[in-house]
Write a protein that binds this ligand. Structure first.
Ligand SMILES: [Zn+2]
Ligand SMILES: [Zn+2]
Length: 266
């Protein structure tokens, strides 16, 4: 409860920062009261409660793994690291988890039905960061937080990682012209993540990292053409637009796939 309230305070601060930034340095002309704003309010104020249940399960299982499986020498080595080193390692390990979870969400058809809710956004801005199915958020959090809790990182270091990641998610979606110049192949910029949302063929299933674009360089999935920018965003299949319909979307899509694959089943 306290954590959720803290999230809302951060959100207000993000609104005060990103709204003027998007007006001053916009990558594309876009209205503040754009399409889908009402749907995003649903994601903003209702998703957190559903995600919380999943995160509690993830943390509980990771804590059990920490207690029962991880060797005490490893736990001690992590505990002995200074706070800043723990934060840096948490950023690197957490983002490696995000990279592979995100890549799986794109490549496994049943997972894509969940993740396509995020890619349904056609007008990208900072708030589009919240346009994610709760199961998608839970999978991403499992990929990033599970190893950190299992290895025994301190709560302070994990908290800092979560805070940095939240700001990064808003910034990466923000409608701002920002490419990071020579660091574009090291850190994830808005330009990098905007390409991830592009509906153009050559940009599909590229740029999976959340913080470090060098993971995409390393695993051969980077798409960052110089001097160009994506023209259109979204997916190539119809998606609902309301919050509840988007929550139901993966379940409907799974049922439709089952029916198509087993036409005789009732
Ligand atoms: Zn994606
Ligand atoms: Zn995104």
């Amino acid at each position: 409860m306290h954590e959720l309230l803290k999230q809302y305070q951060l959100l207000l601060l993000a609104l005060l920062i990103f709204l003027p930034l998007e007006q001053l340095f916009s990558a594309r002309p876009q209205k503040i009261f754009r399409r889908g704003l009402l749907t995003d309010m649903g994601f903003l104020f209702l998703n957190g409660w559903l995600v919380l249940i999943g995160v509690i399960v993830v943390v509980a299982v990771a804590t059990l793994v920490n207690q029962l499986i991880v060797p005490s020498a490893v736990k001690q080595a992590v505990a002995d690291l200074p706070y800043l080193v723990q934060v840096l390692l948490a950023l690197l390990i957490g983002d490696l988890g995000v990279y592979w979870t995100h890549r799986i969400l794109h490549s496994v058809p049943a997972m894509w039905q969940i993740h396509s809710v995020h890619h349904a956004v056609e007008e990208l801005d900072w708030l589009a960061a919240v346009h994610q199915h709760p199961l998608d958020v839970i999978f991403m959090k499992a990929g990033s937080l599970f190893p950190l809790f299992a290895l025994g990182f301190s709560l302070e270091a994990i908290g800092t990682y979560i805070l940095i990641y939240s700001w990064q998610a808003w910034l990466a979606h923000a409608n701002v012209r920002l490419g990071y110049g020579p660091l574009r192949h090291v850190l994830v910029s808005p330009e990098f993540h905007h390409w991830h949302h592009s509906s153009e063929q050559e940009a599909r299933d590229k740029n999976f990292a959340g913080l470090f674009s060098f993971y995409d360089v390393l695993f051969g999935s980077i798409h960052l053409p110089k001097g160009q920018k994506p023209k259109t965003f979204g997916v190539d299949h119809p998606m609902p637009s309301g919050y509840l319909a988007l929550l139901a979307y993966p379940f409907m899509a799974w049922a439709a796939t089952r029916k198509r694959d087993n036409p005789s089943s009732t």
